[in-house]
Design a protein around this ligand. Sequence first.
Ligand code: ADP
Length: 219
Amino acid sequence: MAQFAVIGLGRFGVTACLELAHQGHHVCAADISDSTVNHYAHQLSYTVVIDASDEAQLARLDLISCQAVLVAIGENIEASILCVLHLKNLGVKEIWVKACTKSHHQILSKLGVSRIIHPEEEMGVRVAQALNYPMVNQYFALTQSTFIVELAIDLHLSGRTIGWLLKERGSDIKPLTLRRDEYFNTELNLDTELRHGDSLVLLGSKTYLTKLAKRFKVL
Ligand code: ADP
């Protein structure tokens, strides 16, 4: 069980708090609004009313013990930036910040935070990719160009082998695991047969995986 803090309890901040709590972590949830904090007090173990643009108020929370602090103040860019500065002064190492505008992003990257999040854009990209490649159940970017993707094996591919699927791209894409029901097969080779309902997890460059997903679409 780790300790986290979320500052700003809008829809994004609250969702992050509830998920962290659901995963069994201790979450300090803070917001400037009394009514917002009261509203979530019964669902979260530790809630507090603070103005995050005031360093003295932030200093009263034990933020240095947190594994990460998420600044989810979107609407008030000045407060978000001041909060980040104070967190840095207080010695917090892992700071994640929700950014709303391009200038907000630019200032945050100059300040040097661990991660800048653009929820709407990131979700928009994911939804567009899911619409474009419905067979891609999940994907995870390891770097900008290296991805792990989980492909749903449909009827068309049932009975084909991994070797057939990866054909000319065999050396550029590495199959990591094949899930069939609850069983994960990690001993994969080119002769491993795919079955409708399987999930195949592949590691490779974005370019080759995209080409593969496009081929899937027309199969
Ligand atoms: P969302 O788009 O995720 O709903 P918002 O940007 O609308 O998020 O919500 C931001 C939250 O941050 C609000 O609940 C607001 O009360 C809170 N907030 C704004 N300024 C401060 C501040 N100075 N200190 C702490 N919380 C703040």
